[in-house]
Design a protein around this ligand. Structure first.
Ligand SMILES: Nc1ncnc2c1ncn2[C@@H]1O[C@H](COP(=O)(O)OP(=O)(O)OP(=O)(O)O)[C@@H](O)[C@H]1O
Length: 530
């Protein structure tokens, strides 16, 4: 810069004139107090005319503001007239599917604002990571990436660009925050977004037909369903139960879930509900059958424990309200929940249209009582209210399990609430035979890989016999048990400790069996008797 030439320039003190390039000094003086003194100093000391710089910046800023304004105007116009969107809330099962699907899409390198989530999916792990001694080294779960809160991103589907925004909004009651994913597209109808959602559902079905999702009621001030696991569906044949009983229940649920059945019920004014009571001693397969049935019908399982002392009637109502239309609701151990009929029930009318079941009106009227949300425990009438009151959706499969059916109130198990009872017993010899064989038979996958899974190093040779020998061993094993004394869970636990060695299971059996029998006789549980 030629400072000598600049210094020769006359700079008028207190000048209020502006050059064509400068903003009027008075204007700048107003915005920045002491501006003229600063500009004179800068000119004298550095030979720089700040007016030119400030004017340049003001022009750039003005252009940018005008561009933003125009952009927002056009964007707002498009959003108003050419954008469609669909919201998915976190209380809907679709939410997790959309999140998971987006997470796969966001493996693109272009996504900049992400949330890292530890991926505990065991199916993605190599189960043969082992050291020289064959000791399995637990693989640290890797992160996967989701769209972070309060940000947006875009993705392409079928050549069309979509925007997705992840945010949280207050629920209708304004009491707690609800997470939302909103998918936008530039179209005058929401059809493209619907296509995306259908695609995501199909993607989920293809990916997880063999998986069962299990939800449990959690609390963060109020109750909500949280997916606890997504595990491979349990094949029905792995639950040892009388075949006729299994066939009956599968047929019954199959009939119940048909859309035509729902219409049949509606046409006759009968509430479309079906309840099942699984009863029997602990460890006889009640929960296992519930999960296996979920796998058969591709349903999710929603579990509630009535033993939870913090669970209130209003919580239970809210949870039932949030159930999807078709699912299995598993109310476990209803006996130990200590449900009792109240002595002084307070009669409360059901809300209009609350219950179409004529048979349940009496119970429903006595449904609200002195034991309610304030006490934090569930009374029998509260439970009845939820099962067949206004809060209860139609169409789901209700399964209640109990160890002591004789102690249940007749109102809880009357037809309409419990339509089919399945009795689980201690293991019969046939069941023991079946459990033994299943424990030592190889799956088709294990057979093709010679007893080990793909990519694995050879494992120590297990002592699995051929099927004929195994049949003989299973018979011998089962014959050594007295009838109806051991639960399938006890037998499974014993065999699991010897899962590579059926001969050892036979050899150790007598000692183990006698110890357990003695402890059962004394009414004690034998800790660590394996
Ligand atoms: N009938 C059965 N067939 C196959 N496995 C069974 C059976 N009963 C129990 N088991 C095994 O025993 C374990 C416990 O079974 P499960 O939880 O289904 O019993 P439960 O009857 O629900 O017990 P609880 O009354 O204590 O809840 C499971 O690992 C399951 O595999």
């Amino acid at each position: 810069m030629d400072f000598s030439r600049l210094q020769n320039l006359q700079y008028e003190l207190n000048s209020t004139n502006a050059t064509a390039a400068n903003l009027p000094s008075t204007l700048l003086e107003l915005v920045v107090p002491g501006y003229s003194t600063i500009s004179q100093l800068a000119f004298r000391l550095l030979g720089i005319d700040i007016g030119v710089i400030v004017t340049g910046w003001a022009l750039i800023f003005g252009c940018h503001a005008a561009w933003r304004y125009l952009y927002d105007l056009v964007q707002g116009y498009f959003d108003e007239y050419y954008t469609s969107s669909i919201q998915v809330h976190d209380d809907d099962g679709l939410f997790d599917d959309v999140k998971a699907w987006l997470s796969e899409q966001q493996n693109r390198k272009s996504s900049r604002k992400l949330k890292a989530v530890t991926d505990y999916d065991d199916n993605k792990k190599d189960d043969n990571v082992q050291d020289e001694q064959g000791i399995y080294k637990y693989e640290v779960p890797m992160p996967r990436y989701e769209l972070s809160y309060g940000t947006d991103d875009f993705f392409f589907h079928n050549g069309r660009r979509f925007k997705v925004v992840r945010s949280s909004v207050k629920d209708e009651a304004g009491s707690y925050m609800r997470e939302t994913l909103e998918i936008y597209c530039y179209a005058r109808t929401a059809e493209p977004v619907k296509d995306v959602l259908t695609h995501i559902r199909q993607w989920k079905i293809n990916r997880e037909t063999a998986m069962t999702s299990v939800y449990r009621a959690l609390s963060n001030g109020s109750r909500y369903w949280s997916r606890q696991s997504c595990r491979p569906s349990r094949p029905l044949q792995t639950v040892s139960l009388d075949q006729q009983q299994k066939d009956d229940i599968v047929e019954d649920i199959n009939e119940y879930l048909r859309p035509a059945t729902a219409r049949w019920y509606a046409a006759r004014g009968i509430p479309h509900r079906r309840g099942y009571l699984f009863h029997g001693p602990p460890g006889t397969g009640k929960t296992s059958l519930s999960f296996a049935l979920a796998g058969v019908f591709g349903l999710e399982v929603y579990c509630v424990s009535l033993n939870d002392k913090d669970l209130t009637e209003s919580d239970l109502c809210m949870l039932f309200n949030d159930l999807p239309d078709r699912c299995i609701v598993l109310l476990e151990d209803i006996d130990s929940a200590g449900l009792k009929r109240e002595e002084e029930p307070v009669l409360v009318e059901m809300p209009e249209g609350g219950n179409a079941d004529p048979g349940s009106s009496k119970d429903a009227k006595t449904a609200t009582n002195k034991t309610d949300s304030s006490t934090g425990s569930i009374s029998l009438s509260a439970l009845l209210n939820v099962i067949d009151g206004a809060a209860s959706h139609e169409g789901h499969v209700l399964i209640m399990t109990t160890n002591t059916p004789g102690q249940l109130d007749a109102a809880l198990i009357r037809p309409g609430r419990v339509d089919l009872q399945v009795a689980f017993t201690f293991a019969t010899q046939d069941q023991i035979h079946e459990i033994f064989k299943r424990m030592y038979s190889q799956t088709p996958e294990e057979q093709t890989s010679g007893g080990r899974l793909s990519n694995s190093k050879p494992r120590p040779v297990s002592k699995i016999p051929d099927s004929k020998t195994l049949e003989g061993m299973a018979r011998k094993f089962a014959q050594q048990f007295p009838a109806d004394t051991f639960s399938p869970a006890e037998i499974q636990g014993y065999l699991l400790m010897r899962k590579k060695n059926p001969q050892k299971a036979l050899n150790d059996l007598e000692k183990w069996r006698d110890e357990i029998l003695v402890s059962k006789k004394n009414g004690k549980r034998l800790v660590g008797a394996q």
